[in-house]
Ligand binder design. Structure first.
Ligand code: SAM
Length: 211
């Protein structure tokens, strides 16, 4: 998988100097190097563009790498709401989105995402595109909350669904993370309100459309 992703990144070369700057800023701030891969980021941009989404919700901002990729999908005509636990991370992400030219189109809500999602629901907010990329144990909760906040036919993209390839490896003893993602993938696949497929790009991104 790693080789395939390196190959895709090398041929399509989706990371420009601005995104490289985001990675540098994350390292300089001593934050974890766990942004989406360059090709996964480009895939998100294209998903937002192709689905003509204008009102995007992200769960898990880190330093703003995926935020910039999502915002590039709607360009100057759309908005991003991003939920992040850590104040410091949200500030860096906002700073990076500003450098990318999206300063008036992003809102960061800090604190546990489940609380922010409940607040958004109480305000009757709706979104046409979601990107879930935060604490994996809450993925089933995030999925249900996103469905509640979804406009008809909204798209939900979910990261790390391959758990570094371990979900398909029956030769090693599965760790908790692996089992968690296997169960989550089955939940998505069987969900009566979703039409979905898993794409093996980056660490695996599932795309689901709300019926
Ligand atoms: N989407 C980002 C990107 O590709 O640029 C990477 C996100 S990183 C994998 C996961 C993020 O989720 C971290 O920034 C972490 O602080 C945040 N996070 C973890 N638990 C959270 C929670 N309960 N609520 C909100 N954010 C959370």
């Amino acid at each position: 998988m790693r080789k395939i992703n390196q190959y895709i990144d090398s041929v399509f070369d989706p990371q420009d100097s601005l995104l490289e700057g985001v990675i540098t800023s994350i390292k300089e701030n001593g934050m974890p190097n766990i942004s989406v891969s360059p090709s996964a980021g480009k895939f998100l941009t294209m998903l937002v563009t192709i689905s003509d989404a204008k009102n995007v919700l992200e769960i898990g901002a880190l330093g703003g790498y995926s935020g910039i990729c999502l915002a590039r999908g709607f360009g100057q005509n759309g908005s991003l709401t991003s939920l992040e636990l850590e104040d410091k991370y949200a500030k860096l992400a906002e700073n990076n989105l500003t450098k990318a030219g999206f300063q008036n189109q992003v809102t960061y809500l800090t604190g546990p995402a489940l609380e922010s999602l409940e607040k958004l629901a109480a305000e009757n907010k709706q979104f046409d595109f979601f990107f879930i990329d935060a604490d994996k144990g809450n993925y089933p909760n995030y999925l249900e909350q996103c469905i509640k906040l979804a406009e008809p036919n909204a798209v939900i993209a979910i990261d790390n669904v391959l758990a570094r390839g371990s979900v398909a490896d029956d030769e090693v003893e599965p760790k908790r993370y692996t089992t968690l993602m296997q169960e989550f993938n089955q939940t998505v696949a069987d969900h009566p309100q979703l039409d979905s497929i898993l794409v093996p790009i980056g660490d695996g991104i599932t795309i689901a459309q709300v019926k």
